[in-house]
Each structure stands twice: as C-alpha cells, then as structure tokens.
Design a protein around this ligand. Structure first.
Ligand code: AMP
Length: 434
C-alpha cells in the first residue's frame, strides 16, 4: 500500500514524499482510512510507530478540503493535547512539514516559558493548535483561546498525561469541546482509568492497535548485561568507548540518576548531557538540538523527557536502569526501532532488577538475549544467566522468536557483536529531519 492508495490530497502526498516516506506504517495504513471517513479513533500505539502522521495527515486533509471560501481571521479548528513540551514541539513540526503545501497554519503552546509569543501567534490566527494541558487551560481562562469551533480533537499519549497528574485539566478541556467533532485518543497502554477517560471523549469509534511485540521482537535487537549497581558506570563508559556510536540514548529511572550518569561519563572523558523535568526549557532544547545535529553523541534521559526525542536512526538505546513498568521498556527500545528502521537496545540489569526483567520478558513474549562477557563481573554478585523460567508452550511464533534470539545470543559478546547492526551507526549518519 502506498500513500496514494490512501486517497489523501495531493499537497499532502507531495509533502510526505519530500519527507522521504515511501510506505505508510501499519498504524497509518489502519488509521488514515478510518479518519478520512470521519470516524472517531482509539489508537493503542507507542511513539515511534508513525502515529503523528497517522492523525496529522487526515486532519490536514479535512482542513485542506474545507478551506475554500474561508474569510476573515482563521478560527481554531483542530486541537492536539500532548503531555510534554518536547512532544508538543515535535507534533507542531510534523504538522508544519506535512502541511507545508496546504496553507494550513499551526502553532504550539506549552508552559515553562513566557506566554507573549504564544498569545501573539494565537491572535494572528491559526487552524491547528498543539498544546500541553496546563498552558492550554491557562490561556483558555485568560480568554486567548476558544474551543468553540474545534472540529478535530486529539488526546495524545493519554497514559503519560495521567501519570503526570493532568487528569483534572484534561477533564476540564474535554468539557469545553463542542459536541459535534471528530475525536482521537492515543495511548500506549490501556489500563482501566485510561479506558474510562477514552469514553469521555470518544463517540462512535474504531480501534486500532499496533502491538508492542511488533516493535520489540521484529525490529530491535536486544541484549542484557548482568551487572552490579556500582559497576554500571564503568560498563557504560566501557561500551561507549569500545564502540562509539553516533547517537546513543541512555535511560535513567530518576532525574538525579541521570545527572549522576553524566558526571561519571565526564570523569571518563565522555561528553553527554541529561534531559529531564528539572532542567530548564533552554537547557533541554539545547541538549536536544545538539543531539539531533550530531554535536552531542550521548544523551541521558528520564522516560518522560525522552518521549519528545524524535531522532531517526538512533544508533543505540541503553537501559542503564531497567524500568519497573514493563511497557516502559517497550517504549524505550521502540526509540531505536522507529518507523521502518531497526535498532539496538542494551540493558543493564542488577540483582534487584531481575524481577523487572522477568516481567519485561513476559510482556514481550521472548527472552532478552544475554550478553555474558564484560570486564566488570563481580564474584558472587553478578552471575550470568542462571535463572530459567518455565518454558511457555511451543507454538510456532513463540518458538521461532526464541530460536532466533538464542542464535543471536549464542555467540554473543559485545565485542564480537551479538547485535549484527552494532556498527551500523558509525556508517550511517542519517539524522532527524530538523
Ligand atoms: P512518530 O511515531 O509519529 O513519533 O514517528 C516516528 C518517526 O517515524 C518520525 O521520525 C517520523 O518522521 C517517521 N515516520 C513516520 N511515518 C513514516 C513513514 N511512513 N515512513 C518513514 N518514516 C516515517
């Protein structure tokens, strides 16, 4: 299937082609026809699946088709609410890129900065608004924004918004939307409170699910090192020196931990920067743009901050800490298997994190290949793989996956390259579009 087959307007086809997209991703193939028909949509999908284009293209298509005969100041017709500044900026950039031949105008608003430039842009008139919940409500209350004419409303990364405590803001925003509208709701996970929230916004909807297993099992090569907590900095520095990569994203569970990693790497003469909620907006933007432009090769991020990082061909993801929520692991490693690219994700697992690893393997229905050889094994603290879980029944798919991973890990050590694409990054310099 091509973008042309989807029946989207010509200016959008041209823009997508300029972006270098050849084939619609699975979520685009499924969601675009539903949205072009005007139906509401519940999308269960993580970042990195191409979901911004999946909702952005149909919205732009509708707005473009309806633009004739418009007179006077532009009215706000589409609203996208997303949890973080980084995501908001990126969604805005995507709307600008996909809509560049349509004449549809967007702007982005988020907190943590002065509002003057944002309100000026709003007063000039825009068709599409991308916003974080707090600033949106604030500017609504000040009378800068009316949702009266909204025809398309998108709640993006709903689970993350709830995690960040935005539930009341979201409910207030939903209450102000006009009843006649097309609604889209995206979440990577669907726990009970998210289902409840989705009911508040969606009318007659269709559901599209892009399974996390596709992202992990099929696209990303994974490996796990068993390592003590105190040796993690040494192993990280060692890996980064052994195999320098163009763009490495290191995940830390906490903000404090992220700062510590940066410090330890500096002691090993490796330059890196941390992004997380405690950093100023300017510091975050600078670290991100240095990373995207290739001036900075190692970025250390917490999960929430990392959601806004859109770097194509991320060479390597390192889980310095394993997340205690298994879906987060899928999110993280999805960062290196974006769209049609494949990637590498390595994890550090200390003894306390073993249960997290088991939960992750249960979720992704495969064993993360063990990377047994590293120079920092402490007697009695790290064993290489000793635990064996009961084997799940051998149905075809599962045993195929397991066998493939066994083969990968069979001769695995990080020098020899368990991960066959390990060196890909140094050859391939393609980076984000911005
Ligand atoms: P998203 O999930 O929207 O954050 O998109 C993930 C990445 O995939 C972004 O860098 C997009 O530019 C890229 N992308 C989206 N759709 C396609 C496509 N059909 N082909 C290639 N890359 C794409």
């Amino acid at each position: 299937m091509t973008f042309k087959d989807l029946g989207i307007a010509e200016p959008l086809l041209r823009a997508v082609e300029e972006e270098g997209y050849r084939i619609p991703t699975p979520i685009q193939q499924q969601a675009i026809p539903i949205l072009l028909r005007g139906k509401d949509l519940l999308g269960v999908a993580q970042t990195g699946t191409g979901k911004t284009a999946a909702f952005g293209i149909p919205i732009l298509h509708h707005l473009y088709k309806a633009r004739n005969g418009q007179q006077g100041k532009r009215r706000l017709k589409a609203l996208i609410v997303t949890p973080t500044r980084e995501l908001a900026i990126q969604i805005g950039e995507s709307f600008t890129a996909y809509g560049k031949f349509t004449g549809i105008r967007n702007t982005v608003i988020f907190g943590g900065v002065k509002q003057g430039r944002q309100t000026q842009a709003l007063q000039r008139g825009v068709d599409v608004l991308v916003a974080t919940p707090g600033r949106l409500l604030d500017l609504m209350n000040q009378g800068y924004i009316s949702l009266h004419d909204i025809q398309y409303a998108v709640l993006d990364e709903a689970d993350q918004m709830l995690d960040m405590g935005f539930i009341h803001d979201i409910k207030k925003i939903i209450a102000k939307l006009p009843p006649k509208r097309q609604s889209l709701f995206f979440s990577a996970t669907m726990p009970k409170d998210i289902v409840e929230l989705s009911r508040r916004i969606l009318g007659d909807f269709e559901r599209v699910t892009v399974k996390p297993e596709q992202a992990t099992a099929e696209k990303v090569e994974q490996g796990v090192f068993f390592i003590s907590k105190r040796n993690k900095p040494k192993l990280l520095a060692h890996l980064l020196k052994e195999k320098p990569s163009d763009s490495v994203l290191v995940f830390s569970r906490t903000k404090h931990g992220a700062n510590k990693i940066v410090k330890k790497l500096a002691q090993a003469n490796i330059q890196s920067a941390a992004i997380h909620g405690n950093k100023s907006q300017t510091a975050r933007q600078k670290a991100l743009s240095d990373f995207k432009d290739g001036r900075l090769k190692v970025l250390v991020a917490t999960d929430i901050a990392a959601r806004g990082i859109d770097v194509e061909e991320l060479s390597l993801v390192i889980n310095y800490d394993l997340p205690n929520v298994p879906e987060t692991y899928v999110h993280r490693i999805g960062r290196t298997g974006r769209a049609n690219a494949s990637g590498i994700a390595l994890s550090f697992c200390d003894i306390e994190e073993r249960p997290y690893l088991r939960d992750i393997e249960k979720l992704i229905k495969q064993e993360v290949p063990r990377m047994p050889e590293h120079p920092f094994v402490e007697e009695g603290i790290e064993e290489t793989e000793t635990e064996r879980r009961p084997q799940p029944p051998r149905n075809n798919d599962r045993s195929r996956n397991r066998n493939r991973n066994r083969n990968r890990s069979g001769n695995s050590n990080y020098k020899g390259g368990n991960t066959k694409n390990w060196n890909r990054s140094s050859r391939n310099n393609s980076r984000s579009r911005s």
